[in-house]
Ligand binder design. Structure first.
Ligand code: GLN
Ligand code: ZN
Length: 769
């Protein structure tokens, strides 16, 4: 018996219907009923796609109006007390309050923290190593769980009424607890487990009564380095859940099981799903360890990337299992398809040759169907499908758009010292001081200035073909001039051009590099209503022409102060794209690094003396397992240095990183050897900086002095206090003064006011005594 299923499906809709429905609702244009109707419509459509693809069950419970983790907070009734809900709100209003906070009156719909007078939303953080952000549950000693299954049961009823066989997907109790944070240091999340298991058991009973046939319990934390107490807790938890009438499919993904493998195989559940894309090497031992009475669900199609599957390799992996195992074999994508676009094979913006190499969620379901038939009826039964897939793969393997001998030759010829600056930091520092004569506590910004309605309108008109290129470029030059004048008036020391011409820091570069493609509808949910359309990095990367030089030199021509050139680093471009699976990520990163290196050299030759290479995604690329960290950090820092080290001593290299815990990778951050690093620190009240101090970070550092996510204008006093705190841990001579991140989401009035205070704070800092 071979079944096919999916762990989850994209929910936003091909045309981002859910996004627009949410935004209409939040603007007060539609009521809850209208929003719920869009949700129901999307579910019905996506279940129909699953049924049409021959899946044995549709998956229910993966849909969320905002976030699936937040759904579980509602389901188990554990909204944090700090929101002060009194029961008079609708469930949906509470849900959106968790997600979006309550803004104070001046915040224009943005949550800006309790300090600013509202109630801060739940924190958001990345879902494992994906670019999806979930809302972080908050637990404390007073947390109580109260099952509120109405929404989920209604979805099960909807699917049943449409005639579907239902498998319900839930986050398992241990992963749910693990993903949450505790507000008090003295409570151990595991202490809440027993209280949480009771509503889980009650829910399983109700799902059984509602006609669900299976419940999939996602426990992706089984792929992490778990403390011993958590490993033991799995046995306890699943023994309790085993009393359910419904068969349970324990599902793991994103990472190998390693030391948790035999435990996962032994837990008292009816089936186990494993990620055979990320951990194909474990499949054999799982097949050996998993009792024959259990279902083995093999995640054989990549749920994290957009390439058409290699069906021959997949069959070679599956055949021995199908022949030998007496227990049921299920096939599925490796993880939920939330992380890939719905459909790519028909995307109007991608050329047909490339399209044939890709697979979105729908096409991945089709691949499962072909694999199942091949296993049951023999390869002859799907001869045409296999032939088409092979041809596409072969075309991709041999395409001149993918493999460019010149790029390979350049990588192979990379000199040993190419990732080192010519001189050590102290020598460069002297040369740069000689050149720029910057005052102590130099002031700068992170790159972008407000992307005003006028800028967005000009870009949209240009994209629609309504504004000719020369007119668009003239408009952007004008914006740059405005930004330069503003900065001069404010008295900033190192200026930026403001990035008006950039839609997005990765897309902007991807669009100008060979090896990247862009879809029209390749949307992936980032959080709530926010979607991203990651570039498809399909081929060897090359830079046909300079990408930023004209803008930066125009900006420099307008001022006598140093103008910082702005580039996105190779690791961030890699992290925020769908990348090729036919060569190691490290090699792809190196190819991008060479393109950025060339750009930096061109900027330098054009007289730009300060160059910033942003790497906000460096930290988030860390593998889930600690043992794999060193390998990643090695190639990631190498790629950055290759990008950054092609310039002379007197050229000052900056880098920028944000919203991350840096302390566990400080040696590698130092090894980047940027002359200046700007980082996010204001939200932690400079606490993040402490690690840099203890570590004796050697180069210059600009700890962000205010949170650009809030429209709140910090006073010069606030900034002064933070900088004095910074100067307690970092020698004053190493410090720069700058905001936390780019200002593109802000408006000019608050930007102007905040920067004026920042410049004033720097002036006060420079005063003797
Ligand atoms: N230079 C970019 C900007 O200012 C950096 C953005 C980021 O760190 N995410 O917008
Ligand atoms: Zn940033």
């Amino acid at each position: 018996m071979i079944k096919i299923h999916t762990l989850g499906y994209p929910r936003i809709g091909l045309q981002r219907e859910l996004k627009f429905a949410l935004e209409r609702h939040w603007r007060g244009e539609t009521d809850e009923g209208a929003l719920e109707a869009v949700g129901a419509e999307l579910r019905a459509r996506h279940w129909a796609e699953q049924r049409d693809a021959g899946l044995d069950f549709v998956t229910v419970g993966d849909f969320a109006l905002y976030d699936h983790v937040a759904n579980h907070i509602g389901l188990f009734g554990c909204e944090p007390a700090r929101f002060g809900f009194d029961g008079s709100e609708t469930a949906l209003a509470r849900y959106f309050t968790l997600a979006r906070g309550v803004a104070h009156e001046h915040a224009q719909g943005l949550c800006c923290g309790a300090a600013a007078g509202g109630t801060a939303a739940l924190e958001m953080t990345k879902w494992f190593d994906t670019n999806y952000h979930y809302l972080v549950p908050e637990f404390d000693a007073a947390t109580r769980f109260n099952l509120a299954p109405g929404r989920l049961l209604a979805e099960v009823a909807q699917a049943r009424a449409l005639g579907h066989r239902v498998k319900v997907a839930l986050i398992g109790p241990l992963s749910f607890l693990w993903l949450g944070k505790t507000r008090e240091a003295d409570i151990d999340k595991l202490d809440l487990l027993d209280d949480l298991l009771a509503p889980y058991c009650a829910l399983l009973a109700q799902l059984n009564d509602a006609g669900a046939e299976w419940v999939q319990l996602d426990e992706p934390i089984l792929g992490l380095d778990l403390p011993g107490a958590w490993i033991l807790a799995f046995e306890r938890a699943y023994r309790t859940l085993a009393t359910a009438q419904l068969p349970l499919l324990l599902s793991t993904y994103f990472s190998p099981l390693e030391e948790n493998l035999s435990m996962a195989c032994k837990l008292p559940v009816a089936g186990l799903h494993v990620d055979a894309v990320r951990a194909p090497h474990e499949l054999q031992s799982i097949a050996d360890w998993l009792p024959e009475t259990k279902v083995l669900s093999v995640g054989i199609v990549d749920g994290r990337n957009i390439w058409r599957a290699d069906l021959d390799t997949a069959l070679a992996r599956l055949l021995p299992l199908a022949m030998r195992r007496r227990g049921e074999l299920w096939l599925a994508p490796s993880c939920s398809l939330l992380h890939v676009p719905l459909n790519l094979r028909e995307d109007p913006a991608i050329d047909p040759e490339l399209r044939a190499w890709l697979a979105g969620a729908r096409e991945k379901l089709g691949e499962l169907q072909v694999l199942r038939r091949a296993l049951i009826e023999g390869e002859g039964s799907v001869y045409l499908e296999l032939r088409e897939a092979r041809a596409a793969l072969e075309a991709r393997r041999t395409s001149e758009r993918v493999r460019r001998p010149a790029v390979a030759a350049r990588v192979a010829a990379l000199a040993v010292g190419a990732d080192r600056r010519a001189s050590p930091y102290s020598v460069r520092q002297a040369a740069q001081q000689e050149r720029f004569h910057l005052p102590p506590y130099p002031t700068t910004t992170i790159g972008s200035f407000p992307q005003t309605a006028a800028i967005r309108a000009a870009r949209a008109a240009f994209k629609r073909g309504e504004l000719a290129r020369p007119d668009y470029e003239a408009a952007m030059r004008c914006e740059i001039e405005g930004a330069v004048r503003e900065q001069e008036a404010l008295g900033l020391d190192v200026l930026v051009h403001g990035e008006a011409e950039r839609n997005d820091m990765v897309e902007y570069f991807g669009e100008q590099l060979d090896g990247f493609a862009f879809s029209a509808n390749g949307w992936v949910q980032s959080y709530g209503s926010r979607c991203v359309k990651p570039p498809v990095l399909f081929g060897d990367v090359a830079r046909p022409a300079p990408m930023t030089v004209a803008w930066s030199t125009h900006a420099q021509s307008l001022t006598a102060r140093p103008m910082k050139g702005m580039l996105t680093g190779p690791v961030t471009i890699l992290q925020w794209s769908f990348v090729r699976d036919d060569q190691p990520r490290s090699l792809t990163a190196l190819q991008i690094a060479l393109a950025i290196r060339d750009e930096a050299a061109d900027l330098e030759a054009a007289g730009i003396g300060i160059i910033q290479i942003d790497e906000p995604a460096l930290r988030e690329g860390l593998p889930l397992r600690r043992a794999a960290w060193a390998g990643y950090l090695d190639w990631a820092t190498h790629a950055f240095r290759v990008a950054a080290c092609g310039v002379g001593d007197a050229t000052q290299v900056h880098t920028h990183m944000c919203y991350a815990e840096f302390n566990d990778i400080l040696p590698q951050i130092a090894a980047l050897d940027a002359d200046v690093i700007t980082i996010e620190t204001s939200r932690s009240d400079m606490e993040l900086l402490r690690g840099f101090g203890t570590f004796a970070y050697p180069n210059a550092i600009g700890p962000g002095v205010y949170d650009i996510h809030s429209p709140r204008v910090p006073s010069a006093g606030d900034i002064l206090r933070l900088m004095r705190k910074a100067a307690d841990v970092i020698p004053a001579g190493q410090l720069w003064v700058n905001p936390d991140c780019g200002l593109k989401t802000r408006a000019w009035p608050e930007t102007r006011a905040a920067l004026a205070n920042m410049v004033e704070a720097a002036r006060l800092l420079r005063q003797p005594g």
